[in-house]
Unconditional design. Structure first.
Length: 483
């Protein structure tokens, strides 16, 4: 796992005052590295949850780093993530096929109803409902028809409904997913690394293709640790790096089991790296906007963060992104037995310890490629084609002018007309106002997600007929000048 050679990391002073449930892990790491735990004059502040005003004030004018970005719910919330990836897919239709077909409720109620009507007799597809703000498997439903949907849950919350991946890759007859740990640092450009070690989380009941009879058997369909740990069939051992039949395994263990069956684990790893890198490219403009709105657009590195990517493999070994957790659990205890869980301690120590080292070395200006368990994902020349998304973010930032607030009003949006080549556009200021009103529906200020949607509407108005939507959109963006 360790790289042959890597820059040595200096002593790190870490403020753990608000690390709460992560403090045991952090203290173990501090002790084994002879680092310093402090509450002031720290190199790094480690918080369990989101950053607030007092944290921002402390960071301004200092060289201290903090382990979260501002407002992470703006990109990790299930509903917002779905919107962002849907937009990215509109820009690059063939490159974001790793996210399941998704309906947002109540926005997509009509199209969802049509899909359910079509599925009424055949029951060909299964759908999974997740509350937008939900976690730990709470409120999740599987259904195939409107009658099977628990209406009060559906109508009283904003929800994400996805086409269920009904042919998952099974091991020992059980469904599993992968928690990948992804480190992001700074902005413009954002850097990203993925840990070569992670967790495979298994259901405790054997998988059955969804049907009316078994859709409520959640321990065969949902891999959530919070649900399966309560099962009498949950298995845990100390042989964490060898092939085993545990309910939570290291990626090293998972890959050994798959390789024994003739599966090429390197291809699986490469597929997950590609999925993760493309997702981060789509998220980067949104992360950058929130960063700029708090720290301004002059400061490049105040934050880093470990994200939890939940990935499912289907029977053809294709990886699917299920969701992203901005606050992945870093607990290392088996809550039932009240002991250290070896698999959690091993995987999470690797992820956190080396993330701290990378953050400290980057703070000192040292350039890094792979480092210890982490493999570098971004920046990457192979992803230059998605620079279009970064340009859109640049246009949006320019329209905000001197105050980067993450929002623009109607008059700011109309300034876009002066940036578009008039030979291409031919639109008047009034036309931009119409587009703004059409996209906004409610509210007076547009965020980046709505701005990207507005560009789609503009492209359709300017380039009528002919090319498909994504070609029109790219043509419009190419005509915008930032000079």
């Amino acid at each position: 796992m360790e790289a042959k050679s890597k820059p040595s990391c200096p002593c790190i002073k870490i403020d753990t005052a608000r690390s709460y449930d992560k403090v045991d892990l952090l203290r173990n790491i501090i002790k084994r590295n002879n680092w310093v735990e402090t509450m002031k004059d720290s190199d790094i502040i480690w918080k369990s949850r989101e950053i607030h005003g007092e944290d921002i004030a402390r960071l301004q004018g200092s060289k201290t780093l903090i382990n979260h970005y501002p407002n992470p719910e703006r990109f990790s919330n299930k509903r917002v993530l779905s919107l962002i990836l849907r937009t990215a897919k509109n820009y690059f239709p063939e490159d974001f096929e790793f996210y399941p077909t998704t309906y947002l409720y109540p926005d997509d109620a009509e199209s969802l109803e049509k899909a359910l009507d079509k599925n009424e007799k055949s029951r060909k597809n299964t759908f999974i409902l997740k509350p937008s703000e939900g976690s730990e498997g709470i409120g999740i439903q599987l259904f195939q028809t409107k009658r099977e949907l628990v209406r009060d849950v559906f109508t009283n919350t904003e929800s994400v409904i996805q086409k269920y991946i009904k042919d998952p890759l099974l091991l020992d007859g059980k469904k599993f997913d992968i928690r990948a740990y992804v480190l992001i640092l700074g902005v413009n450009p954002m850097e990203a690394f993925i840990s070569a070690e992670g967790l495979a989380r298994f259901c405790t009941e054997e998988y059955k293709t969804p049907s009316a009879e078994n859709m409520k058997q959640m321990l065969s369909h949902l891999t959530n640790y919070s649900l399966n740990k309560e099962s009498a069939k949950f298995i845990a051992s100390e042989e964490i790096l060898d092939a085993n039949n545990d309910s939570k395994r290291t990626l090293a263990s998972l890959y050994k089991s798959l390789e024994e069956l003739g599966v090429d684990s390197k291809k699986i790893e490469e597929g997950m790296h590609e999925l993760t890198a493309k997702t981060l490219v789509a998220l980067e403009p949104f992360i950058t906007q929130e960063y700029y709105s708090v720290f301004g657009n002059k400061q490049r590195m105040k934050c880093f963060s470990i994200l939890g990517f939940d990935i499912l493999l289907d029977k053809n070994y294709k990886p699917w992104l299920l969701e992203i957790n901005a606050f992945p659990s870093l607990k290392i205890h088996n809550e039932k037995l009240r002991t250290i869980a070896p698999v959690d301690e091993y995987v999470k120590t690797l992820a956190v310890e080396n993330a701290l080292k990378i953050a400290m070395l980057r703070k000192q200006g040292k350039k890094l490629n792979d480092y210890a368990c982490y493999r570098r994902l971004l920046p990457a020349g192979s992803l230059d084609k998605y620079g279009m998304l970064r340009k859109v973010n640049g246009v949006f930032t320019r329209l905000q002018q001197s105050k980067v607030s993450g929002r623009i009003n109607q008059s700011r949006f109309a300034l876009l007309g002066s940036m578009i080549d008039q030979k291409v556009s031919g639109m008047e200021k009034y036309d931009y106002s119409l587009v703004f009103t059409k996209v906004m529906k409610f509210g007076k200020e547009m965020d980046l997600a709505l701005f990207m949607r507005a560009l789609e509407v503009l492209a359709e108005r300017i380039f009528k007929g002919g090319a498909d939507g994504s070609e029109k959109l790219i043509k419009l963006i190419e005509s915008i000048s930032l000079s």
